[in-house]
Design a protein around this ligand. Structure first.
Ligand SMILES: C[S@@+](CC[C@H](N)C(=O)[O-])C[C@H]1O[C@@H](n2cnc3c(N)ncnc32)[C@H](O)[C@@H]1O
Length: 155
């Protein structure tokens, strides 16, 4: 939203594709046609967010969920697209709980316990995947963007 205004004032800013600034209403993505057992333990607002987010994923590349918590988003993406899903999370407790949910729901989702800020998850990034992150705040997503950038410029 701010970019078009800033770009007028600072023409040296990098060109960014206009489509990145087209925001649809959240309700445009909401589908909610999901089995009830899938939503167990996921509260209303979180459910809306992951449902809408998962509906924007159209690729079939493997999905890596960054700072995944219990990996709800990844599981839902797998349910909708069939993509292979993995989850990076530093809390061993959340990894265990997420893995349990995946087993209960018969979804192949592996949890990797890693501190992303120490670079422990960088080795799991590659160019043949799609990375998703929900509420990976502050340095958590900044580290991801920097590592992905390094990887994409690597020869
Ligand atoms: C706000 S929560 C979001 C969880 C999940 N993506 C969601 O939306 O439900 C942030 C997550 O990042 C994890 N986290 C925090 N610092 C981390 C780190 N340095 N490395 C890996 N995970 C981290 C937390 O344990 C937590 O699960």
């Amino acid at each position: 939203m701010l970019y078009p205004i800033l770009k007028q004032a600072i023409p040296e800013l990098l060109n960014i594709e206009a489509s990145l600034f087209e925001l649809n209403k959240l309700s445009d993505y909401f589908d909610d046609d999901i089995p009830f057992w899938f939503k167990k333990g996921i509260k209303g607002k979180k459910w809306t967010q992951i449902d809408c987010f998962s509906n924007t994923i159209k690729c079939s590349l493997p999905i890596l969920e960054w700072c995944a918590g219990k990996g709800h988003l990844g599981r839902l993406i797998h349910h909708k697209t069939g993509a292979k899903v993995s989850a990076i999370e530093w809390s061993s407790d959340l990894c265990k709980q997420g893995q349990q949910l995946a087993v209960q729901q018969d979804i192949e989702q592996n949890f990797i316990e890693a501190n992303v800020l120490l670079g422990e998850a960088d080795e799991y990034l590659n160019q043949q995947q799609h990375v998703v992150a929900l509420h990976a705040c502050g340095h958590l997503h900044v580290h991801l963007i920097n590592s992905a950038k390094k990887l994409s410029t690597k020869k």
